[in-house]
Design a protein around this ligand. Structure first.
Ligand SMILES: [Zn+2]
Length: 527
């Protein structure tokens, strides 16, 4: 990166498309531009000479036709780790004076002198805040008073920090989080999507009034701690209970809106111990904004009940559901037996994803309209609002390659709600995906006397899969049968098993090399 010289010119009332470029020269550029993020320029596409400038290696065009939405960034300051230094990043006015037009990295420790308005800087070391002894200005030098120009409550963050924000689209962020979960965890296919939505929703916690808990249930040593490890890397301000004392737990949630992760919850959450009581209080009131936990503080002679708001995303790992709040407020994730592709977490990669999530938070906070799921169950509607709200990033945007369609994602969430409504306990049903893959494997073996429709065609019909599994029989209504076919079609799609339309309905061409490979891989995964 080299320096660049030119007058800053605000593009007034810009046309709808801008071009972002990197400046490679010390020469004066032949057109008006203004500074976007550090090291970049943004120029109106209508300005002549951009292509010429690129041809003469004065600039490198990074992106064309960026919509010029004003007030692009929102939200409060966030702490980041910049190399080894603790800094903070916050939306601020861009060069043109557009509110929230830019996000800027600043150091902790700037103090404004109330007498001369000069800024004095005293570095924060080891989380210690020190006011300047006297104003650093030569012409002032008075002993303040000073006001901090930095968020004091963020100087001792207890969660894994992002690095500087990395620009990324919603769908890119989704992909990164989804792939990360998939590599480190073995859960049902649709649960990867649910976890991804949950993690992204946690970064917009300020936008929601309610949130669902995520609850991993599994026998001992079966990867539920690993789920918390993944969330600890990627969820917003995630904190494992072991790293926060019971005395500071309520304060940490209220002050920082941390995402609380409770491992071995069946042992930790109990009324007999101080920490157990604190966690109990957090779970009881933590799913809804405006509900409080009471904690008695002070010494024996002077005990004062204090209320704390404990709203925030929470995830729990346990061997069993031990409390009704958990059952009614949690999305249950069943940790499947099986080895994930990777176990040791790549911290560097997790840090990059956090940095993308941070950028996405600044860009998205307060902008997504809340989506209310269709359900008669008010409690479940509340719970699922954050996940449906994030899912809308898949709406529209024709032509963009997507991990999953909005309709399929909506289907996954509605299935989950219906499961919970019908009280169908997750552990009771073996993964539907595993059953479907098993059915395809069995149906592709031809035995004498078999009377299925497509025996001569190297295909398995969805209708045959559904009948084989006994999900539809003579007594099933045609509406229910249709729903079941659609559900199987959707599950095949999200597992990556291609289907084709034929006169006899949708079929899986299991001998097609691509399809075969996916089925083999899944068969190994499901064991
Ligand atoms: Zn001063």
């Amino acid at each position: 990166m080299t320096q660049f010289y030119a007058d800053l010119v605000q593009i007034n009332d810009p046309p709808h498309f801008l071009t972002k470029f990197q400046i490679l020269t010390n020469d004066i550029l032949p057109f008006d531009y203004h500074i976007g993020k550090e090291g970049y320029g943004i120029v109106d596409s209508g300005v002549s000479g951009i292509d010429a400038a690129e041809e003469y290696h004065m600039i490198k065009i990074i992106e064309r036709d960026i919509p010029s939405d004003r007030g692009r960034f929102s939200g409060n300051p966030e702490p980041i780790r910049n190399s080894t230094e603790l800094k903070f990043v916050a939306p601020c006015d861009s060069a043109g004076g557009v509110a929230g037009g830019d996000i800027r990295i600043s150091a902790f420790g700037d103090w404004k002198c109330m007498r001369c308005d000069d800024i004095s800087h005293v570095p924060v070391t080891g989380g210690k805040i020190v006011k300047p002894f006297e104003c650093f200005s030569d012409t002032c030098g008075r002993k303040g008073p000073f006001t901090p120009m930095f968020p004091e409550h963020l100087v001792k963050p207890i969660w894994r920090l992002p690095l500087a924000p990395i620009e990324s689209s919603s769908l890119e962020v989704y992909n990164d989080v989804y792939n990360f979960c998939k590599e480190y965890l073995v859960v049902r296919e649709e649960e990867y999507h649910i976890m991804t939505l949950w993690i992204m929703a946690s970064w917009l916690v300020d936008d929601f009034q309610t949130c669902p808990y995520l609850c991993a249930i599994a026998p001992k040593s079966s990867g539920k701690t690993q789920m918390l490890n993944v969330l600890n890397e990627l969820a917003y301000r995630a904190v494992l209970t072991i790293s926060v004392t019971p005395a500071s737990l309520f304060r940490a949630i209220e002050l920082w809106h941390i995402t609380l992760l409770i491992d071995e919850a069946e042992f930790q959450v109990k009324q007999e111990t101080e920490s157990g009581q604190a966690l109990y209080g957090c779970l009881n009131g933590g799913y809804k904004r405006g509900s409080y936990a009471i904690r008695t503080e002070g010494n024996d002679n002077n005990r004062i009940p204090t209320t704390y708001e404990v709203f925030g995303f929470k995830a729990i790992a346990t061997t069993r559901l031990f409390h009704p709040t958990l059952e009614s407020r949690s999305i249950i994730i069943n940790m499947a037996q099986g080895m994930p592709d990777k176990i040791l977490i790549d911290e560097g990669r997790a840090g990059v994803i956090r940095s993308k999530l941070l950028f996405w938070r600044f860009e998205t906070l307060g902008k997504l309209p809340l989506i209310f799921p269709k359900s008669n169950n008010g409690r479940l509607i509340e719970m699922f609002i954050p996940l449906f709200t994030i899912a809308q990033i898949f709406k529209g945007g024709e032509g963009i390659k997507k991990q999953i369609s909005y309709e399929d994602l909506e289907g996954i969430l509605i299935d989950k709600i219906e499961d919970m409504e019908s009280g169908r306990k997750e552990e009771e049903h073996e993964s539907d995906e595993a059953k479907i893959v098993g059915a395809i494997n069995n149906l592709s073996i031809i035995v004498p006397g078999d009377r299925r429709q497509d025996l001569d065609k190297d295909t398995v019909n969805i209708k045959d899969i559904v009948e084989y599994l006994g999900w539809v029989d003579g007594s099933t209504s045609s509406t229910d049968a249709m729903k079941t076919y659609q559900k199987v079609g959707r599950l095949l799609k999200i597992m990556g098993i291609k289907t084709h339309h034929t006169k006899k309905g949708k079929v899986v061409e299991y001998l097609e090399p691509d399809v075969r490979e996916v089925i083999l891989k899944l068969s190994r995964r499901f064991g």
